[in-house]
Design a protein around this ligand. Structure first.
Ligand SMILES: O=C[C@H](O)COP(=O)(O)O
Length: 276
């Protein structure tokens, strides 16, 4: 079976109730290609509101979460809370989280693993190996059935690209996620977002994006399994617009988009429908 095209709209820290109503009305009007999975990434404070007004055919994602179910973590939200308000996705490891808030590969992996572990009711104290082969304790005092799906973001900076390190960086970022994801690859979408293309108006060319997606799939085949490589969906993100989406979508290893700025605008419908 082919990979279902998946388009995420990451609103980032934008929108108020009026703007959200407009965006959702526009999505309802569509029409949206029924063969495309659509997920909107909503600011945490509006998750419940959006869930209450959006059709069930559209997935709702938080843009971040912390790595344990509950506790003294002022300002954070947990996967259990996201699930509790009816959302079923979370975006993790976005480059803005990595660069502005200093989130490193291992923290992103710990957040991902919490989502996998929270489905295990027998897991009170778990460990996983980080990318430096250190055994990290992971306390799950009250294991939860969160069952969230994850959009895991990776991507290189301009400096890294110009130094010829694109593959090294995206492989390293993906490698950190592998032990955390375990056998839950069917609940994960990878989003390749070159940092230099985010919010800059500079889209990677379709060939540049395709090349990285194909290398990543190849890496997954060798380092995880040919089955995961064949089935995992890899989104492209970075200044995607209604005008650039079609050409990008035509590349064989681009399985969708993670859209920032344009997801707030009516053209998001054209991006969702890019494979038509
Ligand atoms: O999560 C989305 C990406 O950061 C892309 O944002 P952008 O479409 O505004 O460049």
């Amino acid at each position: 079976m082919g990979r279902k095209f998946v388009v995420g709209g990451n609103w980032k820290m934008n929108g108020d109730k009026n703007q959200i109503n407009e965006i959702v009305n526009n999505l309802k009007k569509g029409p949206l290609d029924p063969n495309v999975e659509v997920v909107i990434g909503v600011p945490a404070i509006y998750l419940a509101y959006v869930k209450s007004i959006v059709p069930d055919t559209i997935g709702v994602a938080a843009q971040n979460c912390w790595k344990v179910p509950k506790g003294a973590f002022t300002g954070e939200i947990s996967p259990a809370m996201i699930k509790d308000v009816g959302a079923d996705w979370v975006i993790l490891g976005h480059s803005e989280r990595r660069t502005i808030f200093g989130e490193k590969d291992d923290l992103v992996a710990e957040k991902v693993i919490n989502i996998g572990l929270s489905q295990r009711s027998d897991c009170f104290q778990c460990f996983f190996m980080n990318s430096n082969n250190e055994k990290l304790p992971f306390q799950v005092a009250h294991a939860l059935e969160s069952g969230l799906k994850v959009i895991a973001c990776i991507g290189e900076t301009l400096e890294e690209r110009e130094a010829g390190k694109t593959e090294e960086v995206v492989f390293r970022q993906t490698k950190a996620l592998v032990p955390a994801i375990g056998s839950n690859w069917d609940k994960v979408v990878l989003a390749y977002e070159p940092v230099w293309a985010i919010g800059t108006g500079k889209t990677a060319t379709p060939q540049q994006a395709q090349d990285v997606h194909a290398s990543l799939r190849n890496w997954l085949s060798t380092n995880v399994s040919p089955e995961v490589a064949a089935n995992v969906r890899i989104q492209y993100g970075g200044s995607v617009t209604g005008a650039t989406a079609k050409e990008l979508a035509a590349r064989p290893d681009i399985d969708g988009f993670l859209v920032g700025g344009a997801s707030l605008k009516p053209e998001f419908v054209d991006i969702v429908n890019a494979t038509q």
